[in-house]
Write a protein that binds this ligand. Sequence first.
Ligand code: C5P
Length: 235
Amino acid sequence: AVPRDLEGVRMVVTAGGTREPLDPVRYLGNRSSGKQGYALARLAAQRGARVTLIAAASTGLPDPPAVRVERIGTAAELQTAVDDAARDAEVVIMAAAVADFRPAARADAKMKKGAASEPDAVPLTHNPDILQGLVTRRGDGGLPATRVIVGFAAETGDADGDALHHGRAKLARKGCDLLVVNTVGDDRTFGLDSNDGWLLSADGSERAIEHGSKSLMSSRILDAVTALLGDGHCR
Ligand code: C5P
């Protein structure tokens, strides 16, 4: 049986990959399926949490039962939705794959191939780091309800140790409470129903998460969140 250990906890989960438009028909995107975020939202609701799932429109997955679902397209839209929803959430889990860059301009009409033999370069600009923004605002007292912030790191390491090494650096840089590291690329993780990786905590503890369903991965992550909430964790 699923424990009801998140009864009444308000939680925001993001899922899927953002799409950054180049013109009305083209976008820059990524391979995130959204399945891990959806699995988290579903299980958190089963464990009693009041979940808002902010999902990329590109996912096409059915809404999990008893979860409020908002759909977004771009990183900018995701930021607006997350910042709003995080205001009264105890837990925020950023499972979405957010584009780090977007085209600097969106053409109003479909871009033409042109007659030149060389294709045009597409200027890019930075997207805001939504996760980092949450951590900063919590530190400023701007998110009084928020107690646990979870980030994800999709790493393509040649060796597993490599991904873990990058994950440790990312946890320190981002300043979140928990970082879920999974290795991606070469048909790993993206779009699949299974996952594995590590769960790194700001207190320095590290746990391997065995290979299994994204639902199993979700239960390991939510166990760690519950432990932090139970500790009276507050930063
Ligand atoms: O730095 P990197 O993109 O690998 O960090 C991944 C984590 O940061 C994920 O939790 C992702 O949702 C979040 N992120 C974000 N805003 C960005 C890029 C990533 O919140 N612009």
